[in-house]
Write a protein that binds this ligand. Structure first.
Ligand code: ATP
Length: 373
């Protein structure tokens, strides 16, 4: 097992800077997920840990060793790719054993390790099949088996589930969580899927355009996003954003004026924003209510028209129009009978809302000291 430290990592391909000033400390045994939109640099960062990319600046430290210029094989980490890259002419057993055989390990030790990995991944009945005789999920398990037998210090996963269908992805997600529980190994996992990140990670690194936007436990990112990017990236459906003007600030927080003229006082500090300044109101769809209250309470009721209604069974997502420019998504219980074109009322709760300043940074919540003042 290993602690992995990335210190001041920069990476450019020619003139194009792909990673900027990345500082990340991954604890021994931690399941860390790198998440972000396509092209943000997740894979490049993972390959930098593996030794498949050399950073332009900065250091990669694994278990106290500065491995920045070490070749991949010396680092003791194993990478599992999106494409399984199994040898088609070899059996599952031969595929899993191949790396160990190359390293000159004795046959009985290889056999023992392969049996252990096969038992862990429940692929024992498949050991004598060829890759073409396996499903996608089984092939991915074999690819993971190939890395497990090496007893690596850390596992690096690059979107390992993205070739699988939705149901199998959910199943493999659970298997990987269980595998981490059993091995207690350091795992670094790259995905663009925020649900995968939320469900699997001990901590998540949100990357955007080669920079770290925020690092934290899944619920920390959900509850306290540092800025508009993280707020919009974590959570599904996406957080609603309404650009508004700040009306005034007071001991109860910052007051904004909503479409239609009603006011809402959000319990946050104004930061550097003054009355009249631009702010963005953020409210998650699941924190809005259909009807007159969210959990029996409402600070504000907004009239709207249901423009699109998505019935998902257990829940319903309503895209509601407030006026010519403003639309809010609401996620509610599936038993609602709302139809397109219905007039509805949206209940808003101020403590569940966020405000972001003109630079996109979240305005800080009121502290108990500022509440008392
Ligand atoms: P995705 O989710 O689409 O795989 P990603 O976040 O993993 O994206 P990277 O693959 O790390 O992103 O790529 C980051 C940026 O670096 C992209 O703009 C990509 O085009 C660029 N890039 C990656 N590898 C190279 C390379 N070898 N040469 C030039 N540019 C590269």
């Amino acid at each position: 097992m290993a602690r992995i430290r990335l210190a001041g990592i920069e990476k450019a391909f020619g003139d194009i800077a792909v990673l900027n000033d990345i500082d990340i400390d991954i604890a021994d045994g931690e399941f860390m997920v790198f998440v972000g939109p396509s092209g943000c640099g997740k894979t490049t960062l993972l390959r930098t840990i593996a030794g498949l990319e050399r950073p332009s600046a900065g250091r990669v430290v694994i278990d106290g060793d500065d491995v920045t210029v070490w070749p991949p094989a010396r680092r003791g980490v194993a990478m599992v790719f999106q494409s399984y890259a199994l040898y088609p002419h070899m059996t599952v057993l031969q595929n899993i054993a191949f790396g160990l055989k190359l390293s000159g390990m004795a046959k009985d030790r290889i056999d023992q390790r392969v049996r252990e990995a096969a038992a862990l991944l429940q692929i024992e009945p498949l050991l004598h099949r060829k890759p073409r005789e396996l499903s996608g999920g089984q092939r991915q398990r074999v690819a993971i088996g190939r890395s497990i037998v090496r007893h690596p210090k850390a596992f690096l996963f690059d979107e390992p589930l993205s070739n699988l269908d939705a149901a199998l992805r959910v199943q493999m997600r659970i298997e990987l969580i269980n595998l981490h529980e059993r091995l207690r190994a350091t795992m670094v996992y790259v995905t663009h899927d925020q649900i995968e990140a939320m469900t699997m990670a001990d901590r998540i690194v949100v990357l955007n355009r080669g920079r770290v936007e925020q690092i934290g436990a899944p619920l920390e990112l959900y509850r306290r996003p540092r800025n508009l990017f993280v707020a919009g990236f974590i959570g599904s459906p996406r957080m609603n954003f309404l650009p508004l003007r700040m009306v005034e600030t007071g001991p109860a927080g910052v007051t904004v004026s909503l479409p239609g003229g009603q006011r809402l006082t959000v319990p946050v500090q104004p930061g550097g924003v003054a009355a009249g300044g631009e702010v963005t109101l953020g409210v998650r769809p699941e924190h809005l209510g259909l009807g007159r209250a969210v959990d029996g309470v409402a600070d504000l009721i907004l009239p709207a028209e249901a423009e699109v209604v998505e019935h998902l069974g257990g829940e319903v997502v309503v895209h509601a129009r407030l006026d010519d420019t403003a639309v809010l998504d609401i996620k509610a219980d599936g038993h609602q009978t709302i139809r397109r074109g219905d007039r509805i009322e949206i209940a808003v709760r101020a403590p569940l809302a966020y405000l972001f300043g003109p630079d996109g940074a979240a305005l800080p919540p009121l502290t108990s000291a500022s509440l008392a003042a």
